[in-house]
Design a protein around this ligand. Structure first.
Ligand code: NAI
Length: 332
């Protein structure tokens, strides 16, 4: 099947080319983000492959449908950026990669914690400049600290187990507690209790209308002084303006984010030679106790391979008039 792959980076091409050899699909790569301006590029394709920051609002979906696109192949797990009502109306099928490597994202969340705590990013730069002083590089033992995990799905589960390995007390909140985790000593609590007692709060739930700004002024108020907050899920789970206030008042002691509310304008692109006009992002970047990575939680060899293979399998199934149940968001 002919497929147009949007927001192509060198690594997408590398992995889709490598695994695509085993499939009869013809992939055309476009560097462009999918937006209402770039949508005409999809003419002549039955399927379009999109990533997390492609625009999939009603306007884009209607235009894709008018061009004859029947299938949207998301090469990501989340589909909060897709207007599902518009897709239903347009009779567009949607498939995704529900799990490519929960380990990749969970391990990245741990990397954010360790870096923020032990300041290895600062130590690296200091030592390279011949500065071997330890001043202000002090951290804290993770051992016996309380880690609050919000969302214990595929990624949250892996994260809980890693943190248990550090000797932490792991408290979890999820409307659907996981029995296997309970058997392993993870304690489920109310959200209130988790916020009140956790030294580190890590977000592993999806962005849904109910979870929008889950962390805002009220929830921040309930947390411990100096709490560390980690978000490797979706930017809009956190009210950025409220967290900046909490960082300024020192209520939040550390913030590690792999995602940001307005990331679509910046992440995955080199802006080093341009003027960044997002003052909120620039304010966040100015704090010494804030660590930002640009949505790289998924970025491991294993995950990229799985993303390519699952997307190609999704295409093959669709061509045969079939759907792989667990990968399907919408049937046409
Ligand atoms: P999952 O669907 O397996 O698990 C999500 C869990 O969150 C479920 O158990 C659900 O019951 C729970 N949940 C929903 N609302 C909640 C709430 N208000 N409070 C507590 N728990 C709640 O999803 P998975 O695979 O673990 O992924 C989690 C999120 O990670 C994704 O939705 C996505 O946003 C993000 N992600 C980030 C990546 C990155 O590169 N940084 C890559 C992949 C996913």
């Amino acid at each position: 099947m002919k497929i147009a792959l949007f927001s192509t980076k060198s690594y997408d091409r590398e992995y889709f080319d490598r695994y695509g050899q085993d499939y009869p699909h013809e992939i055309t790569y476009f560097d462009n983000r999918l937006t209402s301006q770039s949508v005409p590029l999809a003419e002549g394709f039955r399927a379009v492959c999109a990533f997390v920051n492609d625009s999939l609002d009603a306007e884009v979906i209607e235009k894709l449908s008018a061009l004859g696109v029947e299938l949207l192949v998301l090469r990501c797990a989340g589909y909060n950026h897709v207007d599902l009502d518009a897709a239903k109306k347009a009779k567009m099928a949607i498939v995704r990669v529900p799990a490519y490597s929960p380990h990749a994202v969970a391990e990245h969340a741990v990397a954010l914690i360790l870096t923020l705590n032990r300041k290895t990013h600062k130590a690296y730069n200091r030592v390279r400049e011949g500065n071997f002083s330890l001043d202000r590089l002090d951290g804290f033992d993770l051992y016996q600290k309380t880690i609050g995990v919000i969302g214990t799905g595929k990624i949250g589960q892996v994260f809980c187990k890693i943190m248990q390995g550090f000797g932490c007390k792991v408290l979890a909140y999820d409307p659907f507690p996981n029995k296997e985790l309970i058997a392993q000593g993870i304690v489920y609590s109310s959200m209130e209790e988790l916020l009140k007692t956790s030294d580190i709060v890590s977000l592993h739930c999806p962005l849904t209308p109910e979870n929008y700004h889950l962390i805002q002024a009220d929830t921040l108020d309930k947390m411990k002084e100096g709490v560390m907050i980690i978000n490797s899920s979706r930017g809009a789970l956190i009210d950025t303006k409220a967290i900046i206030k909490a960082l300024k008042s020192r209520k939040v002691g550390y913030l590690g984010i792999d995602v940001y509310e307005q990331e679509a304008d910046f992440f995955f692109q080199d802006h080093s030679e341009t003027i960044i006009t997002d003052d909120t992002l620039m304010r966040l970047m100015s704090f010494p106790n804030v660590l930002i990575t640009s949505h790289q939680g998924f970025f491991t060899d294993e995950a990229l391979a799985q993303i390519a293979i699952t997307s190609l399998e999704n295409l093959t199934a669709f061509e045969k008039g079939e759907f792989i149940e667990e990968n399907t968001v919408l049937r046409a």
